[in-house]
Design a protein around this ligand. Structure first.
Ligand code: ATP
Length: 369
């Protein structure tokens, strides 16, 4: 099947029994885009990918390649490339023959098969391993073969499901760059499933953040990182401090919320009124420590963790709430400190449903000095 300008998922859903593994997925993918589907385990990412691949029939909605409906086509008619976490290479074929396999199946002329196979081997930097069997390669090298095998056919879309999750941390980082480099040089439209927010942020043009089978937010890495649409997305994006509180004052998007024995200002991320139950979210990097003799928010250091250039600390507020903070000052457990929140970095989300609120993190009473 030839390339497309747009691939559209319209109201795509997949139900197992009475449970929606995926519901109401609307997404338009432009040719050449790198899209990451991101979310915690069980949120429906693989279901979405398998629906796209044609491995799982939809129970709702449709998928369109420009003006052609494709969700009714079997996987092989969609012509998409797939890379999964278990590389599924043919163990008895060499690297070269694994990569050439799909081209030969298409009965392309011998010269063309050779030319494209060698180019793909070069691209994933496996020239010196081309005559080896998969069993003689490292995990990262095997994954590169899988990627070459999927991309040598120049598919209109490449689907990747956690392709790096079996690799060690160092290789994962290398392969991230490698996949991004391949994507840029080949301009392949890619949909990439991961539960690793750093991986998604560093690789994708756009992220689709999912939870409980539904899209929470679609946006660029910067949008999702700096303006999470819900407190669940914020949670996933490293806003470790999630405080269920009631808003004291609301004026436009300026909200005041109680914290410790004082109040702090935040930015409303939706409609809210004074007195409403809300969730205030802030990253540890935006909670800074100063000396205790200035007025304002105060706390007592409970836990100090060395993290290279900075210390990660947990601070207990007078009301028992625990905040995660960062500092480059040398601090000790038990010390009283002043706490400053970077202006504009405390995001406040409406949270009408009492069941849908994070639990407050309370300081361990026994540690009180
Ligand atoms: P993970 O990262 O753990 O693979 P995921 O986000 O990819 O998770 P899915 O595999 O898409 O999640 O699963 C979404 C939901 O659908 C889960 O609750 C899962 O238990 C359910 N589910 C998936 N496949 C089936 C199936 N064949 N039968 C019944 N339920 C299923």
């Amino acid at each position: 099947m030839s390339g497309f300008d747009q691939l559209r998922l319209e109201g795509v859903g997949r139900r197992f029994g009475t449970a929606d593994a995926l519901a109401d997925l609307d997404l338009t993918i432009e040719r050449g885009e790198f899209i990451a589907l991101l979310g915690p385990s069980g949120c429906g990412k693989s279901t979405a990918l398998n629906c796209l691949a044609g491995l799982l029939p939809l129970t709702a909605g449709s998928i369109w390649q420009d003006d052609q409906r494709i969700d009714t086509l079997p996987p092989e008619k969609r012509g998409f490339g797939m890379v999964f976490q278990n590389y599924a290479l043919f163990p008895h074929l060499t690297v070269r023959d694994n990569i050439a396999f799909g081209l030969r199946m298409r009965r392309l002329p011998k010269d063309e098969v050779r030319r494209r196979t060698e180019a793909a081997i070069e691209m994933v930097r496996l020239a010196e391993h081309a005559s080896k069997l998969p069993g003689q390669l490292s995990g990262g090298q095997q994954q590169r073969v899988a990627i070459a095998r999927a991309t040598v056919l120049e598919p209109s879309l490449v689907l990747m499901d956690e392709p790096l999750s079996n690799l060690d941390a160092k290789l994962r980082l290398e392969m991230r760059t490698e996949i991004r480099r391949l994507h840029q040089s080949l301009g392949l439209t890619t949909v990439y499933v991961t539960h690793d927010q750093e991986e998604a942020l560093s690789m994708a043009d756009r992220l689709v953040v999912m939870r409980l089978g539904r899209v929470q937010q679609i946006g660029t890495p910067e949008e999702v990182h700096t303006k999470p649409a819900t407190w669940h997305v914020a949670d996933f994006m490293g806003y470790r401090n999630l405080l269920p509180v009631s808003a004291t004052r609301v004026e436009g998007d300026a909200v005041t919320v109680p914290l410790g024995e004082t109040t702090v200002n935040g930015v409303a991320q939706g409609e809210m009124n004074a007195g409403d139950e809300v969730v205030a979210a802030v990253r540890p990097e935006d909670v800074r420590l100063g000396s205790a003799d200035v007025a304002g928010l105060k706390g007592r250091i409970e836990v100090v963790e060395y993290q290279g250039r900075e210390l990660a600390v947990e601070v207990a507020l007078p009301d028992g709430v625990r905040l995660h903070a960062r500092t480059d000052r040398k601090v000790e457990p038990g010390e009283q400190v002043a706490i400053t929140i970077t202006p504009g970095r405390l995001l406040v989300y409406p949270s009408g449903d009492p069941a849908d609120r994070p639990a407050a993190e309370l300081a361990t009473a026994g540690l009180a000095v």
